[in-house]
Design a protein around this ligand. Structure first.
Ligand SMILES: *[C@@H]1O[C@H](CO)[C@@H](O)[C@H](O)[C@H]1NC(C)=O
Ligand SMILES: *[C@@H]1O[C@H](CO)[C@@H](O)[C@H](O)[C@H]1NC(C)=O
Ligand SMILES: *[C@@H]1O[C@H](CO)[C@@H](O)[C@H](O)[C@H]1NC(C)=O
Ligand SMILES: *[C@@H]1O[C@H](CO)[C@@H](O)[C@H](O)[C@H]1NC(C)=O
Length: 482
């Protein structure tokens, strides 16, 4: 689809050329054609992945495009999701600001070139006006609202931040990033919606705990009983719950879009970026996972050890990518029946690797998409072969039925994938200790025993997303849940 768009785009330039210059000297026309072929067709593959060249080349190409097509500035809708102020930051500098936003891609042809104006004021009424750098983290060009991170530096002791269009100013609320992290390793979990698979949350929390990690989990919507359980786990220090709001919107129109259905995959990328920005100064390592992507270190006893070793062995690498391997698991109806050795002690996997997830130091990057960041070159990403994420995409339901009876996974025995038994025993022990000493068992009485919403959402996603990728803006909006 990306290629197709480009072709149309070139065609437009081509017809402009013909229209404007066909009556003039043929030499001039040839020069234009030469420039077009050189800069749009011949040069790109030659320039390849040299970052300096890419930047220079993109600027030149942008100027050339603007010269012919102009740069429309028609829709400037912006949704500011969160803004952080860092009096001192290891990676963003002094008095830094980082904002997570959704911007209408029709603002300018290249959204990262939009010039946003921010006014920062301190307690003495001193103010500075700045234009932040915009980083885009989005894959799907079919989505009108683009996930963007704005970063800039302002002044010490900022008391007020405003966004200005030259005439009017609107105040932007901001907060400080987190001042401490419960563990050096933070696992950011993308937003849960209509969530009911509490078993995933329980297992992920305990595995993370064993290896020195802590879940930071975003919630859009969740069954009451599951939410109560999650809150109890938060009180017990296993997880931090955060909110990922749906943007309420009454009367959308072509110029003022309904934000939820026009942002990519419920703006998961925005949530992962938000998590990064929250823990930027305090976490040693950060990972961007889903609730059903569970990492077991391999050859190390903790996340910290594995992540430190990877960084030490691979200087210059910014992000480490764990592929996913689907594992067969059975959901339990009763929390007391969960047994980690039974869940993870077997070797039934799908012999395929899926597009994985990322681990990094929060000082290494300033923005994140869902599976990787697009803001730096592949030379600085390492796709790991030494370990992978255990992916529990479609747990078999409590009655033994496959809740997703299509697109079946082909599980086979893969002995080399076996997880460490003694670790599973440790985890089980911690789990039982919790059941014995907390009010988890009481809360668990109200948990659902069967999956009801999950198969509906899964099918809807399958129809809307997996099948028609990149022709429609993919997300769960419009999935009918009854
Ligand atoms: C800053 O400006 C506001 C409004 O112009 C005024 O009310 C306030 O007293 C000023 N504060 C200082 C410290 O000068
Ligand atoms: C399993 O984990 C334990 C505890 O971390 C460790 O002592 C043992 O060497 C591991 N076994 C294997 C086979 O990796
Ligand atoms: C990263 O974002 C900055 C700011 O928009 C931009 O100048 C740079 O070209 C981006 N790099 C890549 C590789 O996309
Ligand atoms: C939890 O309680 C049960 C039953 O009283 C007991 O058998 C088990 O050893 C306890 N487990 C832990 C880890 O305390």
């Amino acid at each position: 689809m990306k290629i197709k768009r480009k072709v149309t785009f070139y065609f437009l330039i081509w017809s402009t050329v013909i229209y404007k210059f066909s009556f003039q000297e043929w030499k001039f026309l040839l020069t234009i054609v030469f420039i077009f072929f050189t800069f749009f067709i011949i040069l790109p593959p030659i320039i390849g992945s040299n970052d300096h060249f890419i930047s220079w080349y993109q600027t030149f190409r942008h100027k050339l495009t603007v010269l012919f097509l102009g740069d429309p500035t028609t829709n400037t809708d912006a949704y500011i999701i969160n803004t952080y102020y860092y009096p001192r930051s290891k990676s963003l500098g002094e008095n830094a600001i980082a904002m997570v936003l959704l911007l209408d891609r029709n603002t300018v042809r290249d959204i990262t070139r939009y010039q946003m104006k921010l006014v920062a004021t301190d307690g003495n009424n001193q103010s500075v006006t700045v234009k932040p750098t915009l980083i885009k983290e989005q894959l799907n060009e079919a989505c009108r609202l683009v996930n963007v991170v704005a970063t800039t530096n302002v002044l010490p002791e900022m008391k007020k931040l405003e966004i200005s269009d030259g005439n009017t100013k609107v105040e932007i609320p901001f907060k400080l990033p987190r001042q401490s992290a419960p563990t050096p390793v933070i696992i950011c979990i993308s937003p849960q919606f209509i969530a009911e698979q509490w078993q995933l949350f329980v297992t992920h929390s305990h595995v993370a705990r064993r290896f020195g990690g802590h879940l930071h989990i975003y919630i859009t919507s969740m069954l009451d009983s599951f939410f109560e359980l999650a809150q109890e786990y938060e009180r017990l220090g296993y997880a931090t719950i955060d909110f990922w709001m749906k943007l309420k919107f009454k009367s959308p129109s072509e110029t003022s879009l309904e934000p939820n259905s026009n942002s990519e995959l419920r703006n998961q990328a925005g949530a992962q970026t938000d998590c990064l920005l929250q823990y930027k100064e305090v976490a040693e390592f950060i990972t961007f996972f889903d609730i059903d992507d569970i990492l077991f270190p391999r050859g190390y006893d903790s996340y910290y050890d594995e992540f430190s070793a990877l960084h030490l062995e691979n200087p210059g690498i910014l992000t480490f990518h764990y592929n996913k391997r689907e594992m067969l698991v059975h959901n339990k109806a009763d929390i007391r029946d969960i047994d980690f050795s039974e869940l993870f002690g077997h070797t039934w996997f799908v012999n395929e690797q899926d597009y994985g997830k990322v681990m990094t130091k929060p000082t290494s990057i300033n923005s994140m998409w869902i599976h990787e960041s697009f803001n730096f070159s592949y030379k600085r990403k390492l796709f790991l072969r030494s370990n992978w994420l255990v992916h529990i995409q479609k747990p078999v339901d409590t009655d033994g039925k496959d809740i997703i009876p299509y697109r079946l996974s082909h599980f086979e025995q893969m002995p080399e994938m076996k997880l460490n038994d003694s670790v599973l025993v440790d985890i089980q022990h911690d789990f039982e200790r919790l059941l014995n000493t907390s009010s988890i068992l009481k809360i668990a009485e109200n948990l659902p025993t069967k999956s009801y919403y999950f198969p509906i959402i899964y099918r809807c996603y399958y129809e809307k997303f997996y099948k028609k990728f990149q022709t429609e803006c993919p997300n769960g909006e419009g999935c009918l849940v009854r």
